[in-house]
Design a protein around this ligand. Structure first.
Ligand code: SF4
Length: 456
């Protein structure tokens, strides 16, 4: 998961910067902008949050009508080491392109060897190299995006910029990742999520799965379903955790889907509790649904430090440190009470164990953990940095009793796969991390775990 943005219009780089700020929740390891000036592509790419990586003053002198941007959450390569930071600029002489993408290319090593005749250190480097190569061969960048799109296995939403002031965007055929745009008064604005575009005052439309769109400053060309796929399998984790609640993904408001997840869970739950408290922020919408369905009071028992980032999308060393400083407790809410603690998901269980301990230390009588998604038992190779099976608590431990014991909760209840499908109202979402049924046939799980794992 990363965030991508683009703009064609007056003050393009400044609009892209604002979009990146709106997408900061999708990646906090690096931030970068590429823009065209005098037929050259220039870029600023640095580690850290948008505001610390690129100062608004740096952009005040940039006079460009087309720009792309990226905020990074890495799923391969190193953490915060600059490797894989985007946008990437490739090419030389009269033909240069820059790309930024959100996703993960499973077969990038094979494609690099076959077409680029070299080993690429990241999927972003491979993708950029392939699009550049095919642009030279086919003489057209849209055709190149289409050709490469039909070669790669994996997930991606993509923005491509050329030094000839062309802007091309695409979403993979399975539609794993979100991508939205707006065209208004000759301004073409693109972002990973509809909410980012709307925050800037534009009305957003979603890019369809497999669609390629290109804009040259005067007309928008749409190639529907240009990238083939056998199935529409959007990532269900966008609804569970990644996207902002005010985003619409595949026509479904993320907040509403989360409320329904919580409602389904509340209906399943037979445990008597006094109060439902969310793990902020991503557990909030689900906790609302849970409390309505279960007719139990909703209250804020955990207070999140807003000045630390989203721990799940941090590198492991920072993630553990942040987990230990993230929450304060409202003692009057938890003291002497039987709590239902609602979170969006449970990965390794280490943060939740700390939360349970913290709540008990502030006087909670019982702590019942309620998870708005099913047990995560399988790794993801489509752009989410899930651990290998041996580190996923639900893959390691045989049943919910042992999981509750490991996190020191009185009980744990998960949502079901049916509940999740009902909540999102999608027919064929990707749910492979819950079911082990990957949208691509013949994946070698062991080999991919070794190839992509950084959780050692
Ligand atoms: S495996 Fe899970 S996280 Fe990965 S794309 Fe599928 S639903 Fe999303």
């Amino acid at each position: 998961m990363c965030g991508i943005a683009a703009c064609y219009g007056v003050d393009a780089a400044k609009y892209v910067y604002r979009l990146m700020l709106e997408l900061q929740h999708r990646g906090q390891e690096s931030a970068g902008i590429a823009y065209v000036a005098d037929r050259c592509i220039k870029s600023i790419v640095r580690s850290g949050y948008v505001i610390s990586a690129i100062s608004p003053d740096e952009l005040s002198s940039v006079n460009s009508s087309v720009a792309i941007g990226h905020v990074r959450y890495s799923t391969s390569g190193g953490y915060m080491d600059g490797e894989g930071a985007q946008p990437i600029v490739v090419g030389n002489g009269n033909r240069r392109i820059s790309i930024a993408f959100n996703g993960n290319i499973i077969n990038y090593r094979e494609l690099s060897r076959e077409y680029l005749k070299r080993e690429c250190v990241s999927d972003s480097e491979a993708l950029a190299g392939l699009i550049y190569l095919f642009t030279l061969e086919l003489g057209d960048v849209v055709e190149a995006v289409k050709e490469v799109g039909n070669l790669v296995l994996g997930s991606y939403s993509l923005v491509v910029l050329t030094n000839n002031n062309e802007l091309i965007i695409a979403r993979d055929g399975n539609g794993f990742k979100p991508l939205a745009y707006s065209i208004q008064d000759k301004s073409f604005v693109v972002a990973s999520e509809t909410s980012a575009i709307e925050a800037l005052g534009f009305s957003a439309r979603e890019v369809g799965p497999g669609d390629i769109l290109s804009y040259d400053g005067s007309s928008l060309e749409v190639l529907p379903n240009a990238i083939r796929s056998s199935c529409f399998t959007p990532c269900i984790f966008e609804y569970i955790y990644f996207s902002r609640p005010d985003t619409i993904f595949n026509g479904i408001q993320v907040h509403e889907a989360r409320v329904r997840m919580g409602a389904f869970l509340g209906k399943l739950d037979t445990q008597e509790v006094d109060v439902a408290i969310p793990v902020p922020d991503s557990g909030r919408s689900a906790a609302l649904g849970y409390s309505i369905a279960k007719h139990v009071m909703l209250d804020e028992g955990l207070i999140r430090n807003r000045y630390v980032g989203r721990s799940f999308i941090m590198p492991p060393n920072i993630r553990e440190f942040i987990s230990s400083i993230k929450y304060g407790v409202v003692k009057s809410v938890v003291n002497g009470r039987r709590l239902a603690v609602i979170d969006d998901s449970l990965i390794r269980g280490t943060t939740m164990k700390e939360v349970v301990k913290l709540l008990r230390s502030r006087g909670a009588h019982q702590v019942h953990v309620r998870i708005a998604s099913p047990p995560i038992r399988y790794p993801c190779f489509m752009g989410i940095d899930f651990p290998t099976r041996r580190e996923l608590i639900a893959a390691r431990l045989a049943n919910t009793g042992s999981i509750a014991k490991a996190i020191e909760a009185d009980s744990i209840l998960y949502n079901t796969v049916e509940g999740l499908k009902w909540a999102t109202q999608l027919q064929t979402p990707c749910m492979a991390c819950f079911t082990g049924e990957y949208p691509f046939k013949g994946l070698d799980l062991e080999r991919l775990e070794n190839a992509f794992s950084r959780w050692h």
